[in-house]
Design a protein around this ligand. Structure first.
Ligand code: ADP
Ligand code: MG
Length: 250
């Protein structure tokens, strides 16, 4: 196989003596749509904190591409490298329209004021149209983001993340609080982005995981380490996984 785009080896992160991440090794390949599952407290969000520079590992290595050491960089630098993260709760500009939210997120050096009060270029408008189509909010482009349904806000935020043109997208529990229909549409959206982007999705909802995993790799985290890794069917039928996670009626 080719060189991994993310190379995480033997990483440990301790909080007050508690190993939130414990000797974690994880390889992610370009264009993958990887799903990470695991019970509450397994270390999934901490893993994203480590990848994005929000937290620093006690030991181990995290390398992006051929040789970029992420453990020596801050959040801003890592984001600039092309690693974007979507948190669980949407953070859109509620008093601005969907269109403006996307404009404000486009890759570029200008501040909020300058962006909103200067002319937009044809290239910017074209890119926003593309994003609106991707997140299927074209008809609501003039709505204030605050008026959108929960699911639509999440899609807008994914659009805002895409506007930054990240190479790697880290998405934490996108289906939380969504209706079944919104969840299914979110799955379609993420599947449509795979290949062009490399995506890691942390998720609890197993119907959703099954939808997006298809024949891709699912990583099961347990007590900060990889418990097992493989196709959805493989991990679902793995006795240890059933014991620690699926068997608990979730
Ligand atoms: P998950 O996202 O899988 O539910 P987390 O990564 O949020 O799990 O948490 C893993 C463990 O690490 C939990 O026991 C949590 O309390 C602990 N933890 C995570 N972040 C911090 C922090 N900033 N300070 C102290 N403990 C933390
Ligand atoms: Mg979490």
């Amino acid at each position: 196989m080719s060189h991994p785009i993310l190379n995480v080896e033997d990483v440990t992160k301790t909080y007050d003596g508690f190993k939130a991440i414990s000797n974690l090794t994880f390889y992610l390949f370009k264009g993958e749509l990887r799903t990470v599952i695991g019970p509450n407290g397994a270390g999934k969000s901490t893993f994203f904190d480590l990848l994005t520079g929000r937290a620093k590992p006690d030991s181990g290595t995290i390398v992006f591409g051929q040789n970029t050491d992420l453990t020596s960089m801050n959040e801003y630098q890592i984001n600039r490298l092309g690693i974007g993260r979507k948190f669980q709760t949407p953070s859109v500009y509620t008093d601005h329209t969907v269109w403006e939210n996307l404009l404000l997120s486009l890759k570029g050096p200008r501040g909020v004021f300058a962006t909103l009060f200067s002319r937009t270029t044809a290239a910017q408008r074209g890119r926003i149209d593309e994003l609106l189509e991707t997140i299927r909010l074209g008809e609501k482009r003039h709505w204030l983001a605050g008026q959108l349904a929960h699911g639509e806000k999440q899609w807008l935020e994914i659009g805002m993340l895409l506007a930054q043109e990240p190479e790697v997208l880290l998405v934490d529990e996108p289906a939380a609080g969504m209706t079944d229909e919104e969840t299914a549409r979110t799955g379609e959206l993420l599947i449509s982005l795979a290949g062009k982007h490399t995506i890691v999705v942390v998720e609890h909802d197993m119907t959703f995981v099954k939808q997006i995993a298809r024949d891709g790799t699912v990583t099961v985290l347990h007590q900060g380490s990889v418990l097992c890794e493989g196709t959805f069917d493989f991990v679902q039928s793995h006795p240890r996984v059933r014991e620690v996670y699926l068997g608990r009626g979730k």
